[in-house]
Design a protein around this ligand. Structure first.
Ligand SMILES: *Cc1c(COP(=O)(O)O)cnc(C)c1O
Length: 418
């Protein structure tokens, strides 16, 4: 970044600065690994270097794809160091990274990731869904583990370049997409728990098929009381790799009992938090005829899902009459609440017939209906509606997917290429 651009960046990012900064004072500022303000270069798309693969891979048949097992020809890498800031972004052939065994990522889990998809319409138009939200969350995760902050808009530009490079990998079949995995790791070759002085941001892409190729298949959950996913003051609300390894054993135990995923509960009252690696929604129909869509609040233990946020926004716009969604209960009889909800309330609602739906939301599956929760030795049965989806989740799913694939014009859908 030129000094002038650095200055402009500074001025736009640090409104509270009251003095004039010259390039000289800037160069004396130095940087912080905690992702705070820095005078060092940020990520700069104009510095992108592209090295095309000389050995393009054979693109596998779409129907043979297993989620996250196949990767495209290229990846994006951007190095960072405390002394020189963000280096030149590079699109290069997908391949192994070279890291020292002492790199901090291997010892202290200095790792975070994101997940988003590029959708391709028949005819070729490629879109991303709310990538600004992924970048915002990625920076929030970085700040939590003292990894460096970056300009999210710059990374979106580079993501677009990467997707353009490998867009022929997105199967030209409805329901298929390209799963994009931005990742940030601490790479400093030194033991000792502190902010790493070196880091690497990289992005890999994987062509994926529809999560439910044969229509919606509701899943059974195990209400886990033996393990917890997150705790107050912990890291549950950040997309850090450290959150996921401990869930594997719990998932395996749930599977042994015949359930697909864990339903993560919290505290003595067994508050509902998340479903596996998805956010949770519950639909209740109250005695006065009002349908309530409930999701637990972002209390520091819940991952702020982009599908969650989008579901809430669509549902609220419907409830307020701002943008009515066909199929949902009429606005005057529909309310949306972010509020705590316990297993006692769920169980009671299932017994008295007021439980209408229970579903998970996330980028991979969009919406996952639930038909059963194993809880303290008994099964709570949940209605799922015709075709495996209920009366609230189906219209929301239809609208979300329509926007994602670019069928419905919407500011959330960001065009990569027409
Ligand atoms: C990624 C994730 C979600 C879903 O987030 P989306 O942005 O909707 O994909 C929910 N819960 C956990 C624990 C997650 O890791």
């Amino acid at each position: 970044m030129s000094s002038l651009r650095t200055l402009r960046y500074l001025c736009s990012n640090q409104r509270s600065l009251s003095r004039t900064w010259t390039p000289r004072t800037l160069s004396r500022l130095g940087s912080t690994a905690a992702g705070e303000f820095t005078s060092l270069p940020d990520i700069e798309p104009s510095r992108l270097e592209v090295v095309n693969t000389k050995q393009p891979k054979q693109i596998p048949a779409a129907d043979s794809l297993v989620f996250g097992h196949t990767f495209t020809d290229h990846m994006l890498t951007i190095p960072w160091s405390q002394t020189s800031g963000w280096g030149s972004p590079k699109i290069e052939p997908y391949g192994p990274l070279s890291l020292q065994p002492s790199a901090t990522v291997f010892h202290y889990a200095q790792e975070l990731f994101e997940g988003l998809k590029a959708y391709r319409q028949p005819g070729g138009k490629v879109t991303l869904f709310r990538p600004d939200m992924n970048m915002k969350r990625m920076n929030t995760s970085a700040a939590r583990v003292a990894l460096p902050a970056f300009n999210g808009d710059a990374v979106i530009e580079l993501l677009k370049r990467l997707v353009q490079t490998d867009k022929h990998w997105i199967p030209d079949i409805p329901g298929y997409s390209l799963y994009i995995r931005p990742t940030l790791i601490g790479t400093q070759a030194a033991l000792g728990v502190h902010p790493p002085t070196e880091a690497l941001l990289f992005v890999i892409c994987s062509p994926v098929g529809p999560y439910y190729p044969e229509g919606f298949k509701p899943i059974a959950l195990y209400g886990t009381t033996e393990y917890s996913r997150a705790a107050p003051g912990g890291i549950g609300s950040f997309k850090l790799g450290a959150n996921y390894a401990p869930g594997v054993v719990a998932q395996r135990e749930a599977a042994k009992k015949g359930y697909a995923q864990n339903l993560w509960l919290h505290g003595p009252e067994h508050h509902v938090t998340e479903v596996g690696t998805m956010n949770t929604f519950i639909v209740l129909k109250h005695a006065d005829g009002v349908t309530e869509l409930v999701t637990p609040p972002l209390d520091g233990m819940i991952l702020p899902g982009i599908t969650r946020d989008s579901t809430l926004a669509l549902a609220r716009d419907h409830a307020s009459g701002k943008a009515v969604l066909e199929g949902l209960p009429e606005p005057s009889k529909f309310v949306v609440n972010e509020r705590p909800i316990t297993m006692k309330e769920i169980k009671q609602a299932a017994q008295d017939g007021s439980l209408v739906e229970f579903f998970g939301t996330g980028t991979a599956a969009v919406i996952s209906p639930v038909n059963k929760i194993g809880y303290l030795g008994e099964d709570i049965h949940i209605p799922t509606g015709p075709g495996g989806m209920g009366p609230v989740s189906r219209p929301i799913w239809k609208q979300l997917v329509g926007i994602q694939v670019g069928d419905i014009e919407h500011p959330w859908s960001v065009v990569v290429t027409e």
